[in-house]
Design a protein. Structure first.
Length: 123
């Protein structure tokens, strides 16, 4: 499976100005280095096409996201060629939290958030 690891500071993120509905706004973009088997890396490069980026200094293949869900994430290549962060475990945890509610739901939410922020989504 393709993996992405947040780059170390100060290169882990930057602010980008963009226009949404005619209004200029700023968004934070997170930078990740991508690793995988040679076949996965070729599939990633093919999926990204002209938007595939490689760091000039390190030679690392890069992935960019405006959504932060952890320092170490899995990437998915969708049938349409889009590359996204795999948030399936997070969505399952969200469903459990919603179904439990109360103190148990809060405890599950806190533990899930701790695991994801520490890059331990598989615990």
């Amino acid at each position: 499976m393709l993996k992405a690891n947040l780059l170390p500071k100060p290169n882990s993120s930057y602010t980008k100005k963009t226009v949404v509905n005619g209004v200029e706004t700023s968004v934070v973009v997170f930078r990740y280095s991508v690793t995988g088997t040679p076949e996965e890396m070729k599939a990633y490069a093919d999926a990204k096409g002209k938007n595939n980026r490689v760091d000039d200094k390190t030679g690392q293949t890069l992935f960019f996201s405006t959504k932060y869900v952890g320092d170490n994430v899995d990437l998915l290549i969708l049938a349409n060629g889009d590359v996204i962060i795999d948030t399936s475990e997070l969505r399952k945890a969200e469903a459990v939290v919603k179904s439990m509610g109360g103190d148990l739901g809060k405890a599950i939410a806190e533990e899930t958030a701790r695991r994801f922020m520490n890059g331990n989504s598989e615990e």
